[in-house]
Design a binder for this molecule. Structure first.
Ligand code: SAH
Length: 217
């Protein structure tokens, strides 16, 4: 039986979905995934659980943050994932975005450069029944051994579009990557078009933690 606390959390999650809808997220599959995933389970500090459905980022350790739900919804919508597609995520972080991709039926590979986060999130995701292949490593390199990917999602701000990641996109593939060296980034969508060329669209200004070049020890 669900406790009173659970009902409060379920209510807050419904309100978050409505908030995202009012902010322009229209992809029902994405909204449904966010309406189902217990974001509070991705926050270590249980005092924060009741705030987990506010549209804000939170610290997750190692100086990193779980992205704001609107950003997760926006990136996921832009990525346009269908069931069974192979998706590479750069920046596993708390694993929340990984869980959203899993709910959409993707076959997920995800890389994290901070070892403590990688280890904690591996345990968390398996406890929640979220299937994903998690790697500790440098996202700039991608995962050439598992390429090509139908979709690549970068969840940290990259100073440029990493070439290795473009090369790991399948024909017709797509990558969503926030690019910019200052405090803010532009949300870019890179699509592989006919004859292997790429097309780049700009989807506005966002703010991310930086994609780091030197690998954590
Ligand atoms: N998707 C995450 C977002 C976490 S913030 C979530 O839903 O919680 C971005 C993450 O990218 C951080 O955990 C950070 O450590 C990681 N990151 C930064 N640079 C990286 C790199 N070069 N390779 C892989 N991960 C990186």
């Amino acid at each position: 039986m669900e406790s009173l606390e659970d009902y409060r959390i379920i209510g807050k999650r419904r309100q978050l979905v409505e908030l995202l809808r009012s902010k322009g997220i229209g992809d029902e599959a994405v909204l449904e995934a966010i309406g189902r995933i217990p974001r509070h389970a991705f926050l270590d500090d249980s005092a924060l659980h009741i705030h987990a459905y506010e549209d804000v980022p939170f610290p997750i350790g190692c100086g990193q943050t779980i992205s704001q739900p609107y950003t997760v919804a926006f990136q996921t919508q832009l990525l346009g994932v269908s069931k069974g597609q192979k998706v590479l995520e750069i920046g596993t972080g708390s694993g929340y975005q990984t869980a959203v991709l899993h709910a959409l039926g993707a076959k997920i590979y995800s890389i994290e450069r901070h070892r403590p986060l990688f280890l904690k999130t591996k345990e968390r995701l398996s406890g929640l029944g979220v299937k994903a292949q998690l790697y500790y490593g440098d996202g700039y390199k991608g995962l050439p051994a598992h390429a090509p990917f139908d979709r690549i999602l970068v969840t940290c701000g990259a100073p440029f579009i990493p070439d290795a990641l473009v090369e790991q996109l399948a024909p017709g593939g797509r990558m969503v990557v926030p690019v910019g060296e200052s405090e803010f980034q532009r949300m870019l969508r890179v699509s592989v078009v006919k004859e292997g060329g790429t097309e780049i669209e700009d989807h506005g200004k966002f703010r991310f933690v930086p994609m780091l070049t030197d690998k954590a020890r």
